[in-house]
Design a protein around this ligand. Structure first.
Ligand SMILES: Cc1cc2nc3c(=O)[nH]c(=O)nc-3n(C[C@H](O)[C@H](O)[C@H](O)COP(=O)(O)O)c2cc1C
Length: 314
C-alpha cells in the first residue's frame, strides 16, 4: 500500500510530518552525515537572535530519570551569520528550513524577522516565546496572553513568512496562550517547549545546572505535551500544530497525530540517536501501511474520548 505522508500545514506543504526541534539539531548541517536532511518534513534551527549570543555559563545540561534538564541560554551565531554561513548549504542540501527566533524585547524580535526579510530559502518563522533559560526574554511573553498578543501582532506586521508561535507549557491555561497567538495573527503553533525544573547535587547542596533551574525535556514530558496538544486542538480545530515533547518512537509520533498535531518535531532523542528523525519517516510509512492508513493526515485529531462524569463518588 502506498502511503501519502504529505502534510498540509497552513500555507506550507511538508513532504512528511516529521521535523526536528530547535536547539536539539544544531543548524541542521551538523546532522547531515547521519541522515539526508531533504528527507525530513522540516528542520527548526537553533533559536536565532539579532546579535550572536554566548549563552549561560556551564554546567548547562544534566540527565534526569526520564529526560534532561538544560539551560543553554539560547547560545547562537546570530541571524546574520546564520543567513550568510549556514543557510546556503542547508538550501543546497534541499532542507526545508524553519528559522526559530527569539529576543529580549519586541523590537529584538522585529529586527530578527526584518533581517530574514523575504528570504525564500526559509519556509517559515517559528517564534520562541517560551524559553525558560534566560533571565529576561521569551518567557515574559509566553506567560502572559496580553503580552504575547502584542508581540505576535508586531512580528506579524513585520514578516510575510508563515508565522509559527512556539508556546510555553509553563502556564495554567495553554488554550489562553494559543488563542492569544492565533487571534494576533499566528498562522500555526508549536507545542511544547521545556518545563521548568530543578536538579540538586546533594553532596554540594548546589543545583546541578549553573543557571539553577533548567528546562525539562524528553520522555518525562510526553504526557503533558500530548495533553496540551489535545486541549489546543479541541479548542482551535483549524490551526496547524507542530507537536513535540519526548518523542522517541514511531508510536509516539502516531500518538501526537491522534492527539491533534498535524506534524511533529523530534527533540532530545536526537542527542542519543542522530539519525532517528530520518528513520521515523520510513517507520511512519510502514506503520500507516500496516494499519490501513492511506494518508497520514487521516490520523490527525482522531482521538476518541468518552464523556467525563461531572462527579465521581467511590
Ligand atoms: C538543549 C536544548 C536546547 C533547546 N533550545 C531551544 C531553542 O533554541 N529554541 C526553542 O524554541 N526551543 C528550544 N528547545 C526546546 C525543544 O525545541 C523542544 O521544544 C523541547 O525540548 C521538547 O521536545 P523534546 O522533549 O523532544 O526534546 C531546546 C531543548 C533542548 C533540550
Amino acid at each position: 500500500m502506498t502511503v501519502d505522508l504529505s502534510t498540509a500545514f497552513g500555507r506550507l506543504r511538508l513532504k512528511n510530518p516529521i521535523g526536528t526541534a530547535s536547539g536539539t539539531f544544531g543548524y541542521g548541517l551538523e546532522f547531515a552525515e547521519y541522515l539526508p536532511l531533504a528527507a525530513l518534513g522540516a528542520i527548526s534551527v537553533k533559536g536565532l537572535s539579532r546579535r550572536p549570543c554566548h549563552g549561560n555559563p556551564p554546567p548547562r545540561i544534566c540527565e534526569t530519570d526520564a529526560g534532561m534538564l538544560n539551560a543553554i541560554g539560547l547560545q547562537n551565531v546570530g541571524v546574520d551569520a546564520f543567513l550568510a554561513d549556514k543557510l546556503p548549504e542547508l538550501a543546497r542540501l534541499g532542507a526545508t528550513v524553519i528559522a526559530n527566533v527569539w529576543g529580549d524585547t519586541e523590537n529584538d524580535y522585529v529586527e530578527v524577522v526584518e533581517r530574514i526579510g523575504a528570504e525564500r530559502r526559509i519556509a517559515a518563522i517559528e517564534m520562541n516565546v517560551s524559553c525558560p533559560n534566560v533571565v529576561r526574554g521569551g518567557m515574559i511573553f509566553g506567560n502572559n496572553p496580553d503580552a504575547l498578543a502584542g508581540l505576535v501582532k508586531r512580528v506579524r506586521a513585520a514578516t510575510r513568512h508563515p508565522l509559527i508561535v512556539k508556546l510555553s507549557p509553563n502556564v495554567t491555561d495553554i488554550v489562553a496562550s494559543a488563542r492569544a497567538a492565533v487571534d494576533a495573527g499566528a498562522d500555526a503553533l508549536s507545542l511544547i517547549n521545556t518545563l521548568v525544573g530543578l536538579a540538586i547535587d546533594i553532596e554540594r547542596r548546589e543545583p546541578k545546572i549553573g543557571f539553577t533551574t533548567g528546562g525539562l525535556s524528553g520522555p518525562a514530558i510526553r504526557p503533558i505535551a500530548l495533553r496540551m496538544v489535545w486541549e489546543v486542538r479541541t479548542a482551535l480545530p483549524k490551526v496547524p500544530i507542530f507537536g513535540m515533547g519526548g518523542i522517541e518512537t514511531v508510536e509516539h509520533v502516531v500518538e501526537f497525530l491522534i492527539a491533534g498535531a498535524n506534524a511533529v518535531q523530534i527533540g532530545t532523542a536526537n542527542f542519543r540517536d542522530p539519525s532517528l528523525a530520518g528513520r521515523l519517516v520510513e517507520e511512519l510509512s510502514t506503520w500507516c501501511s500496516a494499519h490501513g492508513v492511506a494518508r497520514v493526515s487521516d490520523l490527525v485529531g482522531t482521538l476518541k474520548t468518552r464523556p467525563r462524569p461531572d462527579h465521581f463518588f467511590s
